[in-house]
Design a protein around this ligand. Structure first.
Ligand code: SF4
Length: 369
């Protein structure tokens, strides 16, 4: 396997205790027997990639902690036995603040997980109730301190923006709540009302886009003051604590995903397992999403990062054609409002104002590239 760059490895755990009204992820309840079969099937699926080098592992969901520490430990042990996992690999577990305790955190830490991502979403009880979350702010704080005692020194918390009626005052309280806990990393996602969700059926509308934009800019400024540097549209970290797994995605590097609804990018091809638990358990083959890794995709993903698109990276990956394409992106940028991006001859990146209109801006930047 020499010459193969280390991959990111993703495990999707599609089980949740209930369904949050805004959630569009693939998740279902599943009983204990189904969860055990699911874990076993994932282990079998992994074997076809045995020996590949891996430097990040991420268990996402769903609610991975519902598998329990023992099954999570068994899955991770199988990963260690099957892949060539780097000694300093980042190994993340997503967890909700309920149905976890000190013993759980100590056990998964001992099994090898070394980073935790917890969905706090808000510290405002009314906002949490609106989001249909099971936990209270007190439970979130307790889960956080249990995780610290359990040995986790790298924790990320998620916040949600643009909730109907949200103001900077309520959001700032949530930010301060998180800052007092002191996580190494924060993610902040804008509420979207996706078709088919309970929110869509109820006709919920997120905050209007101007108010949401203001919250986003204030949040970014506040987090910078608190020592969390923005490194991606929705992600902020203390120095040296950017999430390495997601960086694989944003740098357009390859990764393997296991489980229903998991996506992969491997040997230049993108593919995914359908959102169908029974199909996955029966061994249904993954669905092709075509080839990946062309320049437009590379640029689009890198421009999500505050470090942006770099001439040197374009040259390294695509040779002279990459440098020419980079030059065309720079020319396109010159036709866009200067407040939306920063550029010199070597690098192009979006400002927070640019991130707010990134969909439209990226179309213009990549025109004819
Ligand atoms: S816990 Fe997460 S994955 Fe599960 S329903 Fe809620 S938002 Fe969706």
């Amino acid at each position: 396997m020499s010459g193969q760059k280390p991959l990111g490895l993703y495990v999707h755990v599609p089980f949740c205790a209930g369904k949050c009204p805004y959630c569009d992820f693939y998740s279902l309840r599943g009983d204990e027997a189904i969860r055990a079969r699911y874990a076993a099937k994932i282990m079998t699926e992994m074997e076809r990639y045995a020996g590949l080098p891996v430097d990040t592992v991420y268990f996402g969901g769903g609610t991975p902690n519902l598998l329990g520490a023992e099954t999570l430990g068994a899955l991770l042990a199988h990963i260690f036995a099957t892949f060539s996992v780097a000694e300093d690999a980042e190994i993340t577990l997503e967890a909700n603040p309920t149905r976890v305790d000190g013993a759980f955190f100590a056990a998964v830490r001992k099994a090898g997980f070394n980073r935790l991502s917890m969905g706090v979403q808000s510290a405002d009880p009314k906002e949490l109730a609106f989001l249909g979350r099971e936990h209270s702010p007190v439970q979130a704080a307790r889960a956080f301190s249990d995780a610290r005692v359990g040995g986790f020194d790298n924790i990320s918390l998620d916040l949600m923006l643009a909730l109907p009626g949200q103001t900077w005052e309520t959001l700032a309280r949530s930010v301060d709540f998180c800052a007092r806990l002191g996580p190494e990393h924060l993610s902040a996602y804008l509420l979207k009302v996706e078709p088919g969700t309970a929110f869509a059926q109820r006709g919920v509308e997120p905050l209007d886009s101007d108010a949401a934009a203001e919250l986003y800019l204030l949040l970014t400024e506040r987090l910078e003051q608190l020592g969390y540097r923005q490194y991606e549209i929705s992600n902020y970290a203390q120095p040296g604590r950017a999430g390495r797994h997601n960086l694989h995605y944003w740098r357009d590097e390859e990764y393997l995903g296991f489980g229903s609804a998991a996506h992969s990018f491997y040997q230049g091809r993108r593919f995914h397992c359908p959102r169908d638990l029974d199909g996955f358990l029966r061994g249904a083959p993954p669905v092709s999403d075509g080839t990946g890794g062309d320049f437009a995709e590379f640029a689009l993903l890198n421009l999500r990062l505050t470090r942006g698109l770099r001439r040197a990276d374009c040259r390294e990956r695509y040779g002279a054609a990459g440098e020419h394409a980079f030059a065309r992106v720079l020319q396109n940028a010159q036709k866009c409002p200067p407040a939306l991006y920063r550029a010199d001859g070597e690098q192009l990146s979006l400002t927070p104002e640019g991130f707010l209109v990134s969909n439209a801006l990226l179309v213009r930047l990549l025109d004819n590239v």
